[in-house]
Design a protein around this ligand. Sequence first.
Ligand code: UD1
Length: 337
Amino acid sequence: MKIVVTGGLGFIGSHTVVELQNEGFEVVAIDNLSNSSESVLDGIFNITGKKPIFEKMDLRDKKAVQDFFNKHNDVSGVIHFAASKAVGESVENPLLYYENNINSLVYLLQELKELPNANFIFSSSCTVYGQAENMPITENAPVQQAMSPYGNTKQIGEEIITDVAKVTAINSILLRYFNPIGAHPSNEIGELPLGVPQNLVPFITQTAVGLREKLSVFGNDYPTPDGTAVRDYIHVVDLAKAHVVAMQRLLNKKNLNKVETFNLGTGTGSSVLEVIKAFEKVSEKKLNYQIVSRREGDITEAYANTDKANNILGWKAQSTLEECLASAWKWEQKIRS
Ligand code: UD1
């Protein structure tokens, strides 16, 4: 069966291509290479023994999207990762985010609605919950006012899919990721952040490898046990596997609603200082860090209630925080060597 993965050469996309190919799916990866490299195809080949079909294209090009589906008229499902994801950049340039993240989604759905039975998986984020009142966060927690245009594109994306599902044959699963980190255990693929990383783990590994002088810890006055903010860090391979299970659920028509939503996290919260300690342990290196003031827009804590994904998808994250960080560290050393 042919599955299309948009953003297929990106961080989560490439790991998902690997897991789909491991399960015997034929994969077509779409990517505009704006935040990825064609060399990722070699990494995927080295792990799975085959390359996906690759189409370099920009999903903002409506005609290109139409041509794509005319050419690949035997598609069984689409997993949609392609999107811009830098929170700060989205505040600076909101139209880029609305154009890229919303137009591409609309053009894809316009083609999928023509298919007799289309299956669609959307890459959403726990950012839709804002600062949730209760931990761990269940899928029933209310969606709150987005704190950035990036976050808003995820909320609007979920709403568009829900509206479209009511009047088309498209079946969808919305996957709300907590904090994806790590790299493939083979060390063939991993995260390739452009410029100065905004996310914690790539900043840590770049500091440890000597590319950054020190990590700034954003705030130690949060109402958490050690004062630093708490997140749910999940291994990217665990996350990728959840996409395969979700796609199989749609293909086997096991979904109970036209649109289903699942949190993807581990269920465990870790503070920034706990992440630093775990990193120091697995890398056997002291990390240069400094406490600075809070980062605007950050929340105190977010970790997932994973019951729904565990019980309904039959999926559970397997990797520990230390395993995640060890793989991220191994990958960082490889790409800088
Ligand atoms: C961020 C985005 C979120 C997005 C996700 C994608 C914000 C406010 N949120 O999540 O919308 O879905 O990335 O990957 O940007 N930290 C430091 N020093 C650093 C970097 C981070 O102390 O140099 C802290 C942060 O304050 C936070 C934690 O580490 O408490 C995790 O930060 P990060 O990796 O950026 O993820 P989120 O902010 O949770």
